[in-house]
Design a protein. Structure first.
Length: 154
């Protein structure tokens, strides 16, 4: 199974960069080629090539969850799709939704897909996450690993 783990966010806007911080923490997963780990930055349709010929996709991003800062939630398959086409809760969701629509149009929608979302506290200028969101990094990493385990990615 070809799996892509992509972190989204702007690391110059404190908690907005949480997706990038999480995938950086998980870079060792890429050491044997089982999982491709990518910093998707602020995302765009230029990432469509990344979705070519993969079986599974996990995206990590900051998202307005209407919960306490640092809360981690995962949305898998149709729940991910519904989360992205509903009320916009992240500056990247429009681009992520567009990216997945483009993937569908080119018949490259990953069979398995999930979004690991983290509630931000602040998206003001800053190169480090707030304390609550920084504490969520290991929680988000465990959520990613649990998805990989459930999907049978060793």
């Amino acid at each position: 199974m070809r799996t892509l783990l992509m972190g989204i966010g702007n690391v110059l806007l404190s908690d907005d960069g949480i997706g990038v911080h999480v995938v950086r923490a998980l870079e060792p997963l890429a050491s044997d080629g089982r999982v491709a780990v990518r910093d998707g930055g602020t995302l765009g349709l230029t990432l469509l090539n990344e979705l070519y010929d993969i079986d599974a996709l996990i995206v990590v991003d900051a998202m307005q969850l209407d919960d306490a800062p640092g809360t981690v939630r995962e949305f898998e398959a149709e729940r991910m799709d519904a989360q992205l086409v509903g009320k916009r809760r992240s500056v990247h969701e429009v681009a992520l939704a567009d990216l997945l629509v483009a993937a569908a149009l080119t018949r490259n929608t990953p069979m398995r897909r999930a979004l690991v979302a983290v509630q931000p506290q602040s998206t003001a200028w800053g190169t480090t996450p707030t304390a609550a969101v920084d504490a969520a990094i290991p929680v988000a990493c465990r959520a990613v690993r649990a998805l990989l385990d459930r999907w049978g990615v060793p």
